[in-house]
Design a protein around this ligand. Sequence first.
Ligand SMILES: Nc1ncnc2c1ncn2[C@@H]1O[C@H](COP(=O)(O)OP(=O)(O)OP(=O)(O)O)[C@@H](O)[C@H]1O
Length: 231
Amino acid sequence: METDAPLVRVEGLGKTFGTGEAAVPALADVTLQVAAGEVVGLRGPSGSGKSTLLNIIACILEPSAGRLRLGGETVWDGAYRVADLRRLRRERIGFIFQFHNLLPFLTAVDNVALAMTLLGTELAAARARARALLDYLQVGRRAEAMPARLSGGEAQRVAIARALANRPRVILADEPTAALDSERARVVMDLLRQVAQDQQAAILVVTHDEKIFDRFDRMIALRDGRIEAAG
Ligand SMILES: Nc1ncnc2c1ncn2[C@@H]1O[C@H](COP(=O)(O)OP(=O)(O)OP(=O)(O)O)[C@@H](O)[C@H]1O
């Protein structure tokens, strides 16, 4: 692995859903990269391929063409080149959804700890780190709360703590501020910027949310599955 390679690199990526008459092209010839410490926004009209691209980078969805490299390692070029995809996802990628997707029957701290125990961390150590992460995200005092008792902004910060649990270098977020008001959206974005700096992570955020456009180092726009403008 090259150590100075961008953490995310996508080359000539394509994705078509279905085949023959029913084929739906979703992405064509998408090339982009995100470096350590960078927070990049991905925008575009509905159906332009944003979620498809994010899911491909997260190794949740298989591409149809091109190449995906993470941290200099080829992950997909015609086929997956990684033996254990589930492990790669859990160890190297943090995913933040539009709605927090916390497990309703676990407390905030245990939602975060679970991500670590699934990878073999002992429960006490996982809980200790989960508490530290909740403090870092300024929701430490809500550690023992059940998700239903959290406000939207608190729940989203717990979800970010969960995404950070295993210290992933690549963090992907699909409209993380869509359910938040402007002030809370800015708090969440500022926390993500801090994470990018502190952990030297590469962060890619799908967003329609114009009130946070100024929080990105750069925006990439998609239209009809192609990159329209970068800058
Ligand atoms: N599982 C699927 N099967 C068939 N077509 C799909 C599937 N998922 C997405 N598509 C199509 O791929 C294209 C891109 O969809 P995608 O969800 O990536 O867009 P998006 O930019 O994220 O949209 P939105 O902003 O509405 O979430 C659309 O034409 C969509 O209908």
